[in-house]
Design a protein around this ligand. Structure first.
Ligand SMILES: NC(=O)c1ccc[n+]([C@@H]2O[C@H](COP(=O)([O-])OP(=O)(O)OC[C@H]3O[C@@H](n4cnc5c(N)ncnc54)[C@H](O)[C@@H]3O)[C@@H](O)[C@H]2O)c1
Length: 444
């Protein structure tokens, strides 16, 4: 099967590489010529574990190609996936589908009859109808099937998620569309992955409903963490006690600095805007957005309080800049709000991140960075753990103690045990946990 992917970003590149690994012949296009040039040289434009090997293997097998020339790639395709960005529209929170509609118009005339066009981008309910309309407006015949196939991969585990997803959602009422999508995902059928066929609008909404639910779950446990701090309870134990209930599940119950990234903030805002457009409200999601936004300021207050009420003139070492580990994606990362706010309060910040520093320097003017965690914290008044990269989980605590000028450690991801940190003489502040021992966790 010949597959063309329009938009070679996090989703387009991973999808293209994985579909080629399934045995399809895939061409990835992007309007960013420098991105395609890098890929043609074998360089990855993003940091994603295992991606480089996967791309290299399939390029060598002549199943994966990169090009800027849209015409030939579309003319030869059985399936064209649109995987371009859908950022938040400034001002009203709606998802901006300009890039999706542009891509639809760019491919329209070159599509062969009966080619299946797939909206893989996250798009508001009804967008695939518009895509189909826009394509047919530019053609003589109305023979193109547009299918909604939202993507659920997580950055940092994208290949595993793509190849072993919890489910694949395919939105179409068209039998030819279903047949082609079954063929596209054939290796997953063999693995007995649940493939859910729905109406097109339903598929579009499943994506937003899922992300809004995950954002709400994170926000919920963050509020429980605040209560734990006031009431002397331990949020990790509460989360564990909740998560063992199979109706709830343990995932997305980690208290921290609030949700960020390229999806949850924009998708929650878009769902609220979509509801408004349809004359209804998503009050729970509205509350989750509001609570999450307030959390950025609360995190800054927590750091200031841990530093004795002022960070003025203090040097703060920050470990972790990306919105989560194992990605270089800085979109809507908590660090982008927290670092400038600390700067406004007079702090000097020095940061280290395994993959996000280049992007962070472009986004936070004047950001000082270090080459590793220990040089980052050298002579700092306080250490702040903002993202839970694996290499921050097992720091040599004696070296941390020797390097830091102060003893304050603010762990916004709860990756250390309060008792261990207290034993080393740190003034350790984490999220939703009492200082000292936690009987349940220590027993586990
Ligand atoms: N990043 C994620 O983790 C994730 C997960 C699930 C779904 N999504 C959704 O997938 C979509 C893509 O997200 P992303 O993170 O991959 O975005 P991205 O910004 O990384 O990539 C989008 C790419 O599309 C290219 N592009 C834009 N218009 C084009 C056009 N007309 N022709 C060719 N190329 C074009 C851009 O140059 C860019 O390289 C979004 O709707 C997003 O919400 C993202």
């Amino acid at each position: 099967m010949r597959v063309t992917v329009v938009g070679t970003g996090y989703v387009g590149l991973v999808s293209g590489a994985c579909f080629s690994d399934f045995g399809h012949v895939v061409t990835c296009i992007d309007k960013d010529a420098s991105k395609i040039a890098r890929l043609q040289r074998g360089q990855m434009p993003i940091f994603e574990s295992g991606l480089e090997e996967l791309v290299q293997r399939n390029v060598e097998a002549r199943r994966l190609f990169f090009t800027n020339e849209i015409g030939p790639a579309v003319r030869s395709a059985d399936v064209v996936l649109i995987a371009v960005g859908t950022p938040s529209r400034r001002g009203d929170g709606f998802a901006d589908v300009t890039f999706v509609m542009e891509a639809a118009r760019e491919i329209a005339v070159d599509l062969q009859d009966r080619t299946v066009v797939v909206t893989k981008s996250t798009v508001p309910v009804g967008t695939s109808d518009q895509v189909e309309e826009a394509i047919h407006d530019l053609r003589r015949t109305r023979d193109i099937v547009v299918v909604s196939n939202p993507e659920f991969l997580r950055e940092g585990a994208a290949i595993e998620d793509f190849k072993r997803p919890d489910r694949v959602v395919v939105g179409t009422d068209d039998e030819h569309g279903r047949r082609v999508m079954r063929e596209l995902y054939r290796p997953l059928f063999i693995n007995e992955t649940p493939i859910l066929f729905t109406g097109r609008r339903t598929a579009e909404l499943i994506k937003y409903a899922s992300n809004a639910f995950l954002a709400t779950k994170i926000t919920f446990i963050n509020e429980i963490a605040d209560l734990c701090e006031k009431a002397g309870a331990n949020v990790q134990d509460v989360a564990r006690g909740m998560g063992l209930d199979r109706r709830i599940g343990p995932k997305f119950l980690h208290a921290g600095p609030g949700f960020g990234g390229s999806c949850l903030p924009k998708d929650t805002a878009a769902l609220v805007a979509t509801a408004g457009k349809h004359g209804t409200r998503m009050k729970i999601v509205e509350a989750a957005i509001e609570v999450n936004e307030a959390r950025r300021a609360a995190v800054v207050d927590k750091i200031v309080a841990a530093c004795g009420g002022s960070v003025d003139g203090k040097l703060l070492a920050v470990l972790g800049l990306t919105f989560k580990p194992n990605t270089d994606d800085m979109r809507e990362a908590p660090s982008l709000a927290v670092l400038p706010a600390l700067g406004m309060k007079g702090a000097r910040v020095r940061a280290y991140d395994p993959a996000g520093m280049e992007e962070a320097r472009a986004l936070v003017p004047g950001l000082a960075t270090a080459v590793d965690p220990y040089s980052c914290m050298q002579d700092a008044d306080a250490l702040i753990i903002l993202t839970e990269w694996e290499e921050f989980r097992a720091l040599d605590l004696d070296r941390v103690k020797a390097g830091l000028r102060g003893s304050v450690v603010v762990d916004l991801r709860n990756i250390y045990r309060p008792a261990d940190m207290a034993a080393k003489g740190f003034h350790y502040v984490s999220v939703g946990r009492p200082q000292g021992r936690s009987p349940t966790l220590d027993a586990s």
